[in-house]
Design a binder for this molecule. Structure first.
Ligand code: KG4
Ligand code: ZN
Length: 334
């Protein structure tokens, strides 16, 4: 059979990424142009700036992705793009580029869900066994997603306030680190001798939901109280206390979700899946419970287009393409 070659475009936030993915799991190229340096001066992603930066580089990144893959436009099966969720202006740049190429090259278009992308990053690593459970932890999302079969998603738990990555970034900022602060907090937490005690938020006993804003406020209180007393806050101890609290709740809820379902595998995904503390505890707990755990390598955890190519393949196989009049949808649901 002819290979399915998908050109995938991801511009939902602050990375312009384009990939060529063969048969849904073989990455022929995966280029990522990051805007982090630009946004750092503002302490976070500025939507208008993100859109402009995507416009500046997208054509180049597309050409480069095809060239690295050694694939000619005629050989492509379809053009995939992140349709949502994300920043609307940023999504629009990718969607307009994908539609233009689909029209110009006479190829089908595949509108893809960003979180389906994060989940199917795991498909680039190994074959998935259904039913399975996914813990999605990113800058914009914190969800437990149950999948009975390929292409079907049921969200059984989600954050009621901040996403976990967002909480990391806010805590990092309070501790004096630049955006994105997650990796700084992670490093400090692992270097710290002792943890500053901080609360764990479990919510109702049977709930798979999460809440991180109270924990974030508790961190801000500790920092402010030290400053008011003229003391330097124990930055490392706070980072460790925060990380232990977050990771313990994420891990225990994910394990409980797997054990109370028929899930054959637990998948981890999203930018916070790069967190050392989370990877270590989740790995240990899954080993103890006899649960098969899959974690993609860091490059497929943070935003990238290869994961969009993997998700687009699944959509293509089951549902075919998306009409060309589709629109970028910042609130796109799974
Ligand atoms: O998935 P992602 O690249 O973008 C979204 O779709 O949101 O996730 C970015 C988030 C940021 O909040 C960043 O601080 C966080 O992932 N992050 C981390 C680590 N690496 C990235 N958080 C904690 N520990 C890390 N090592
Ligand atoms: Zn993402």
């Amino acid at each position: 059979a002819q290979p399915v070659l998908i050109l995938a475009i991801e511009t939902s936030c602050d990375e312009t990424s384009v990939a060529v993915v063969k048969d849904g799991n073989e990455v022929l190229s995966n280029l990522i142009s990051s805007q982090i340096e630009t946004h750092r001066a503002f302490g976070g992603v500025v939507p208008e700036v993100a859109s402009r930066k995507h416009v500046e580089v997208i054509t180049l990144v597309i050409e480069e992705a095809l060239s690295v893959a050694g694939v000619e436009p005629e050989e492509l099966t379809a053009i995939a793009v992140t349709q949502g969720p994300g920043l609307v202006g940023a999504l629009l740049v990718g969607v307009v580029a994908a539609k233009s190429l689909a029209l110009a090259w006479g190829k089908p278009l595949i509108g893809t869900h960003h979180i389906a992308g994060h989940i199917y990053a795991n498909r680039l690593v190994t074959e998935l066994k259904y039913p399975c459970m996914t813990l999605v932890v990113s800058g914009g999302h914190t969800e437990l997603v149950q999948m009975e079969r390929e292409g079907e998603f049921r969200i059984i738990g989600r954050t009621r306030d901040d996403a976990v990555g967002e909480a990391y970034d806010k805590v990092a900022r309070a501790l004096g680190f630049p955006y994105p602060g997650g990796p700084h907090v992670d490093r400090l937490a692992r270097e710290a001798e002792e943890a500053v005690p901080l609360p764990r938020v479990w919510l109702e006993p049977d709930s798979y939901d999460f809440s991180f804003s109270g924990l974030k406020s508790a961190v801000l209180n500790v920092v402010n109280q030290s400053r008011m007393k003229g003391l330097t806050p124990d930055v490392a101890g706070i980072a460790r206390g925060f990380q232990e609290s977050v990771v313990e709740v994420l891990v225990e809820k994910a394990i409980r979700a797997v054990k109370s379902s028929a899930a054959k595998q637990l998948l981890l995904c999203g930018g916070v899946a790069a967190n050392g503390g989370l990877r270590t505890l989740l790995t240990a707990r899954c080993e103890a419970e006899g649960i098969e755990l899959i974690i993609p390598p860091p490059v497929y955890c943070t935003d990238n287009a290869a994961m969009i190519g993997a998700a687009a393949y699944v959509k293509w196989i089951h549902d075919g393409g998306t009409p060309l009049d589709m629109v970028a949808d910042p609130g796109f649901s799974l």
